[in-house]
Ligand binder design. Structure first.
Ligand code: NAG
Ligand code: NAG
Length: 430
């Protein structure tokens, strides 16, 4: 996607560098996550050469996927069929609003920053880069497909966006903590309220609106954020890391409350992933990282991720009691993503800790200075099934597995299938 981010590609290196710097600046604006974001950016795809997939969110494990616009879908070969099918079966009842970082960015960050995008991002699915930090789809895309609706368009994407089934507010690099990044969760929530109010204005003026104000209460609100907050503090001693986690969770809690106050009723909240299993973290071990566990993942990162999820799950428990007439589902992404690593052979994955698009070969194929950029990168064969696309974000194949597990409800509290949440009761008769 953001090939532009890489300074490396062919030609245009200067331009790319400028873009990259701009991007970084943007990401870093608030600061805390600067380092992380910087790292993320690095692996933005190289310019023309097809660089890495860097995305804004260094932190987020999954790519920044930008929801491909309908036109994007149509352009890509594989998507032609999907787009047609989506049109055919598109469920007019489905409305999704998503908030998050690169794990669910479908092209927002690159659109904002004007970051050039280049192959090999998107090579496995869209067959062209879309601004997602992946070779294909992010988990949110699979969620939309499960709900028989097209991929969500990024709020900030001016061309080809279609908001008739909702909006994706996720921006790669975003934090839950306000001010740490320009599009932190509070801003994304404000953007939702703004969008809803403008729809209302339009209808009152008898103009058309992408979403009928009467329908907002039926919408699904999905969230996947926190990874950038966590990874940006992992340089601290573990007790200090633990002390900060409640603040991140408090922001997510606040966002859910604000959305509820504004009419949101159905929430699908992702916990964070197995951050200690990301090649980008494994390739640059720090003295205070502690050891590796039996599957080769960094214990300290994974412990922090699990603790964060525990707190977030508790917050969801509280909110369930406090917020009337709402359904709040917490999805344990750590369990899902760790299972993928621990039981990788079961999923047909040979090298669970290897980066597909990186540098340096085994064991991690990840060079923090280059990420998924440069003409000399070592990119895995298209038929190789790896978890990690660029060291931080997942491949289309891995995101597909993650999504298929998440939607079952088996990793959720309370246990509920995604489709049952969206279409309660006689949901299946459409
Ligand atoms: C829409 O606008 C009308 C008139 O200003 C107002 O009464 C109503 O509460 C608004 N609805 C929402 C969802 O904001
Ligand atoms: C690996 O798979 C086994 C069998 O399905 C399961 O019991 C175990 O919890 C899995 N490991 C992880 C880390 O999820």
């Amino acid at each position: 996607m953001a090939s532009a981010l890489n300074g490396a590609g062919n030609g245009g290196g200067g331009l790319m560098k400028v873009s990259l710097l701009r991007f970084q600046y943007y990401c870093v604006l608030g600061a805390v996550a600067g380092a992380v974001i910087f790292a993320t950016l690095r692996y933005m795809p190289a310019a023309a050469g097809g660089g890495g997939a860097g995305a804004l969110s260094t932190t987020s494990a999954v790519g920044t996927a930008a929801a491909p616009s309908v036109s994007e879908h149509r352009k890509s070969k594989g998507m032609v069929v999907a787009a047609k099918e989506a049109t055919k079966v598109k469920d007019p009842e489905v409305l999704v609003f998503n908030f998050g970082d690169s794990n669910s960015d479908t092209g927002g960050a690159v659109a904002i920053m004007g970051i050039p995008i280049a192959s090999p991002e998107g090579r496995a699915f869209f067959h062209h880069p879309t601004g997602r930090l992946s070779d294909g789809r992010v988990v949110l895309d699979f969620i939309c497909e499960t709900l028989n609706t097209h991929h969500l368009s990024p709020y900030m994407k001016p061309l080809g966006s279609d908001y008739s089934n909702g909006v994706n507010f996720a921006i790669a690099g975003a934090t839950a903590t306000p001010g740490d990044t320009p599009f932190s969760l509070d801003v994304q929530v404000d953007q939702f309220v703004f969008f809803r109010d403008r729809c209302n204005d339009s209808i009152i003026r008898e103009e058309s609106a992408p979403v009928d104000p009467k329908d907002f209460h039926k919408a699904l609100f999905t969230m996947d954020i926190g990874q950038n907050d966590i990874t940006s503090i992992m340089y601290l001693p573990y007790d200090q890391v633990l002390a900060k986690l409640p603040h991140f969770v408090a922001e997510i809690r606040r966002a859910i409350r604000t959305l509820h106050k504004n009419g949101a009723r159905k929430f699908w909240i992702h916990g964070t992933g197995a951050l200690g299993c990301l090649p980008a973290k494994l390739a640059i071990p720090k003295d205070n990282d502690g050891g590796l566990d039996e599957h080769g993942c960094i214990i300290k990162y994974n412990d922090a991720a699990k603790k964060f999820n525990e707190l977030l799950s508790e917050a969801c428990d509280d909110l369930r009691l406090q917020l009337k007439k709402s359904a709040i589902i917490f999805v344990d992404m750590f369990a899902i993503k760790y299972d993928l690593v621990a039981n990788h052979t079961k999923y047909g994955i040979e090298k669970p800790l290897m980066t597909c698009c990186g540098h340096g070969g085994p064991p991690y194929n990840y060079d923090p200075k280059k990420s998924c950029m440069g003409v000399d990168k070592d990119t895995c064969k298209p038929d190789e099934k790896l978890i990690s696309w660029d060291g931080v974000h997942f491949t289309d194949a891995a995101n597909s597995l993650v999504a298929s597990m998440a939607i079952t409800g088996e990793y959720s509290i309370p246990r509920m299938r995604l489709t049952s949440l969206v279409k309660p009761a006689k949901s299946n008769d459409s």
